[in-house]
Design a protein around this ligand. Structure first.
Ligand SMILES: Cc1cc2nc3c(=O)[nH]c(=O)nc-3n(C[C@H](O)[C@H](O)[C@H](O)COP(=O)(O)OP(=O)(O)OC[C@H]3O[C@@H](n4cnc5c(N)ncnc54)[C@H](O)[C@@H]3O)c2cc1C
Ligand code: SF4
Ligand code: SF4
Length: 377
């Protein structure tokens, strides 16, 4: 696999038309030629630039994982399953009223709000539910605006497109809430800042809060699944409670429950080839907690992996200011998470080999990469 720089044509052939596009938005708002429509990337006009930023920043074009790790992380923090780990916590937002606006413990919204309040960032990019359960990234400056956009959206939000726009605005210090593929795209931008014209807008990126992510759903296939059971605008949220093997869809009229075997067909194809569960390229990453009690108790807490000094500094601020409540970490929690993340990596590599037809061709990954060596697929 050659690590060449290519352009829009190759991006379309190798990623968008090949079912690898995650919908991260990294190739949008760099030029006028590509847009996001519904949950898809659309090429409006062909572009013949040979070294396109769109291709270089896409999380599904070839990359040297070891170079990324060496650039961002301390070797001693690295784990093969979940990337770098400086610290691991079970926490939630201290304010119970605010937690009601969040997916789980409200840790993501609380930390992003705190980063704004403390001046660590002046602009936060979060995902907003727009019409017909389609989502987009939006840049906000007030903590309240972050809380208003809480909860997980299981259809992609092309959040990095909004980063590309905001980075060329008056914003100076930007924080982004990102899924693993979005955090990966932002890391690729940081690795190749020379591709940006003029001042490097990527220098404005000061904080990435990652979300754990199992999959997103195709918007069109979700419509088929719902099949007149509810209107899209009536959906107030969704979740996949651990151990139940179902997708719960919350609506104004009640909860709809779909077995995961029916939901499988709705999963975005690109997610089948994704090796990252925990947003390894974020400053800190947040998912739902797994406490020994029932899900009703667990769902109001989060697991947090802290990966960088920036992440450590924000968690220290959160503790000292009383923004977050801390829970003891149950024995075996981190190991359970590592096991699940490892399984996703193995499955993704198996699917990539199936797609390419050769164990030596992992499409966007390099089969010789030392970081993938222990994964048997
Ligand atoms: C598609 C998806 C799949 C997930 N899969 C898992 C999983 O398998 N296991 C697990 O433990 N956790 C998973 N999560 C994370 C989990 O759902 C919660 O987001 C996490 O526990 C944080 O909870 P919170 O209460 O702190 O979040 P909140 O305080 O509610 O904040 C959530 C933040 O995420 C942003 N956001 C929501 N959806 C998206 C999106 N699609 N793209 C970018 N930003 C978004 C919101 O704007 C908000 O800022 C997933 C999240 C998403 C979006
Ligand atoms: S994965 Fe992201 S950068 Fe790559 S084509 Fe899709 S939206 Fe663009
Ligand atoms: S599973 Fe992977 S590719 Fe799919 S949305 Fe999540 S991070 Fe992106």
């Amino acid at each position: 696999m050659a690590h060449q720089i290519m352009g829009q044509k190759e991006l379309k052939e190798q990623v968008q038309d090949a079912g690898l596009c995650t919908g991260c938005g990294a190739c949008i708002n760099l030029c006028p030629y590509q847009v996001f429509y519904h949950d898809r990337t659309i090429v409006l006009n062909p572009c013949d630039i040979k070294a396109g930023r769109c291709y270089a920043f896409c999380p599904r074009t070839p990359v040297d994982l070891q170079a990324l790790h060496a650039h961002f992380f301390q070797e001693s923090d690295l784990t093969p399953e979940i990337g770098p780990v400086k610290a691991f916590f079970i926490v939630r937002a201290a304010d119970a009223e605010q937690r009601k606006q969040a997916q789980h413990g409200g840790t993501v919204s609380a930390l992003m709000s705190l980063a704004l309040q403390e001046g660590m960032i002046d602009t936060a990019i979060v995902a907003e539910n727009q019409e017909r359960f389609l989502h987009a990234g939006v840049a906000v400056q007030q903590p309240m605006e972050i809380w208003e956009r809480g909860k997980s959206k299981f259809i992609v939000s092309p959040t990095v497109a909004e980063f590309n726009r905001a980075a060329r605005s008056d914003a100076e210090r930007i924080g982004v809430v990102a899924t693993p593929c979005q955090a990966f795209a932002l890391a690729k931008m940081r690795l190749k800042p020379e591709l940006s014209s003029g001042d490097n807008p990527i220098d404005k990126l000061k904080l990435v809060i990652g979300l754990f992510c199992g999959f997103t759903l195709s918007w069109a296939k979700l419509l088929d699944l719902l099949h007149k059971k509810t209107g899209l605008d009536a959906i107030t949220g969704m979740d996949v409670p651990p151990g139940k093997d179902v997708l719960e869809i919350y609506t104004e009229e009640g909860v709809l429950v779909f077995p995961m075997e029916d939901v499988q067909a709705c999963i975005r194809e690109a997610c089948r080839y994704c090796i990252d569960t925990t947003a390894e390229y974020a400053d800190l990453s947040v998912g739902s907690a797994r406490l020994s009690g029932n899900w009703e108790e667990s769902r109001s807490w989060n697991q947090v992996i802290v990966r960088t000094d920036v992440g450590m500094a924000l968690m220290a601020l959160a503790r000292n200011s009383g923004t977050l409540e801390f829970h003891d970490v149950p024995t075996g929690n981190l190991e359970m998470l590592k096991k699940a993340a490892w399984e996703k990596k193995r499955t993704a590599l198996k699917n990539l080999v199936e797609k390419s037809g050769s164990a030596d061709d992992l499409i966007y990954l390099d089969a010789r990469d030392r970081l993938l060596a222990d994964l048997k697929y």
